[in-house]
Design a binder for this molecule. Structure first.
Ligand code: TXA
Ligand code: MG
Length: 342
């Protein structure tokens, strides 16, 4: 593809209008959402949507999420809106929940990768909402990273991955949630979480009752040590090793020692409670803060930062499955070269 000049602009109202014009003309605009930065194009324009796949080097078999600015736009993209869909929309939108709905024929196949369903959400970030409203069309947007890489939570991350490939990056600061939206299939009974994310399982179940969670990397459960069987996604360049189970921290510490004796440079993603054990051990420590909410906000930035420091290995431990812990676990498993369960 040809190189183009990419404008990195603060998300002022004038620049949002300029970006909306660019989307109307079939261009690509990266913008902040509450989860991660998205790479947006007119969702009703097959050519524009096609350019997203080219810019990200994303396989055409991976469908995009269609972003709306209000529920009144749902009928443009979805052919059936069940009472359950409406209840979820009323409760969680705008916000980090994506619903899988039967699609309108108007939505190009390029957007849905030929499926007869469409993924839809209304983001809560004011810049995203203003952009979609001004573009006056549903906006298809995957995360604004190169395919398979770590999702971007700052405009700089987007610049690093997509500069020269897209027209505009709107800088609205770091994204407040930090992991992607929860993708919920409500055609399944009970509804099934296809990807855990910003709206937690607990919050969903409090409103609609039990849901199931599609297992990520279930093949790796219970093995020690486990070879890298997962298709790599959300991944840093360095080899990421995830420790799970009751003795995760102990195993992590001995692994670090062994790797250091082999001359490898180690980076660690750690919550505050674990930091003391790794500080001063010759490990480059990236602090994820006190809890799963702060870890979600900083985990992708941490992977990118440790990569930029040239570490060979990144170690981290599982943070449990409550709240945003489940989404973090899912992303770490997919990013990992090895999952070691003890
Ligand atoms: O938070 C987010 O969801 C971010 C921001 C930008 O909104 N977007 C995002 O998009 O993470 P992306 O493309 O990186 O992930 C979309 C996910 C993929 O796992 C895709 O397979 C799934 O949604 N998806 C999209 N359409 C689908 C469909 N019709 N059926 C099942 N899964 C679908
Ligand atoms: Mg993505």
């Amino acid at each position: 593809m040809c190189f183009m000049e990419t404008l990195l602009l603060p998300a002022t109202s004038d620049n949002i209008l300029l970006a909306a014009e660019t989307i109307k003309k079939g261009g690509l605009v990266a913008f902040p959402t509450e989860t991660v930065y998205g790479l947006g194009a007119n969702a009703l324009d097959a050519m524009a949507a096609g350019r997203i796949f080219e810019a990200k080097q994303r396989p055409a078999t991976d469908p995009l999420i269609v972003h709306l600015s209000g529920v009144e736009q749902m009928e443009q993209v979805a052919s059936q809106i069940s009472p359950l869909a409406l209840q979820l929309a009323e409760t969680f939108w705008p916000g980090p929940l994506t619903l899988i709905l039967p699609k309108q024929p108007l939505v190009p196949e390029a957007v849905t990768a030929g499926l007869n369903t469409v993924a839809v959400r209304i983001p809560s970030h004011p810049v995203a909402l203003a952009l979609i409203r001004a573009a006056n069309t549903p906006v298809a947007a995957p995360s604004a990273n190169r395919f398979g890489r770590t999702s971007p939570t700052t405009a700089r991350h987007v610049w690093h991955d997509l500069q020269g490939r897209i027209e505009i990056i709107l800088d609205g600061g770091p994204t407040p949630v930090g992991v992607e939206s929860t993708v919920l299939d409500i055609c399944a009974s009970p509804p099934c979480i296809l990807r855990p994310g910003g709206v937690t399982r607990e919050r969903l179940e409090a409103v609609i009752g039990p849901v199931t969670v599609l297992a990520s990397g279930a093949a790796l459960e219970g093995s020690l040590p486990s070879p890298g069987l997962l298709s790599k996604h959300y991944a840093p360049r360095a080899e990421l090793v995830l420790f799970m189970g009751a003795n995760a921290l102990q195993e992590l510490l001995s692994y670090v020692k062994a790797e250091q004796s082999a001359g490898r440079r180690i980076g660690a993603l750690v919550i505050n409670a674990d930091a003391d054990l790794l500080e001063g051990e010759g490990v480059l420590v990236y602090h994820l803060g006190a809890d799963v909410d702060s870890a979600a906000r900083s985990i992708y930035a941490g992977m990118r930062w440790l990569d930029s420091q040239g570490v060979d290995v990144i170690v981290c431990r599982d943070l449990g499955e409550s709240g945003l812990g489940l989404a973090i676990r899912d992303r770490l498993r997919r990013a990992a070269s090895r999952v070691i369960t003890t």
